[in-house]
Design a binder for this molecule. Structure first.
Ligand code: G3P
Length: 219
């Protein structure tokens, strides 16, 4: 499976994001690989109207209905049709584990699936205690890398992460700099169930071609 994180890239925002979701859906249909667009909360409703893919959001806050200006309420994204949410991405971390725990339990409470990121194996050991739907290992220093990837630079850490998640039966997603079928193949060989990708697809001149290339790694 592939999570495609649209972040706030221009090509992952608004009308452009709708075009990208249509491409992802066509590729998912053609290849039968599960592809999950992870979009901005403001774009969920439009996505649901045009796509049958599971649509996830990039973040929710640990808030409840009330006076909380500018936050992303879990109830609001589920009402718009989101199926799941990323939490604790290195570009949007919670200030404390307690806030992450609260956001995670709020997400679960409203019925969202969750993918919680860890920057290293120490953080991963804490995160698995939350029992998210997916745990993810993403070294922040490799996110967006144009020269290397988590699979090339940290294969031994992926293996350690797999050991940690397997003990409690959690599926592991890896990400950071994923840009080739070899990156995907290596990640799966090491025991991950899928990858999280952003720049290689969202900022690509030809996202379909690039995605098809990545998917060769599942064969
Ligand atoms: O969530 C996945 C993302 O952080 C990876 O980014 O650009 O390294 O594929 P990128």
């Amino acid at each position: 499976m592939i999570f495609v994180n649209f972040k706030t890239y221009e090509k992952g925002t608004g009308v452009a994001a709708i075009e990208l979701v249509q491409i992802l859906e066509a590729v998912a249909h053609e290849t039968q690989i599960k592809i999950i667009p992870v979009v901005q909360a403001t774009d969920v409703k439009e996505m649901i109207q045009i796509s049958r893919l599971e649509i996830w959001v990039q973040h929710v806050d640990p808030m409840e209905y009330g006076a909380h200006t500018g936050y992303i309420l879990p109830e609001a994204v589920i009402e718009d049709g989101a199926v799941g949410t990323f939490l604790n991405h290195s570009e949007h971390k919670f200030e404390s584990f307690a806030l992450l725990e609260k956001a995670h339990s709020r997400a679960k409470e409203v019925g969202l699936k969750t993918l919680v990121f860890a920057a290293d194996t120490i953080e991963l050991q804490e995160i698995v205690k939350l029992l998210p739907t997916f745990a993810s290992y993403e070294p922040p220093e490799l996110v967006g890398s144009k020269t290397t990837s988590v699979a090339k630079a940290k294969p031994e850490v992926i293996s350690q992460a797999v050991e940690i998640t397997r003990t409690i039966g959690l599926p592991l997603i890896v990400g950071a700099g994923i840009k080739s079928s070899e990156d995907v193949r290596k990640s799966i060989e090491l025991g991950a169930v899928g990858v999280a990708v952003a720049s290689d697809i969202v900022a690509a001149k030809d996202p379909k071609r690039q995605l098809m290339h990545l998917i060769e790694g599942f064969e």
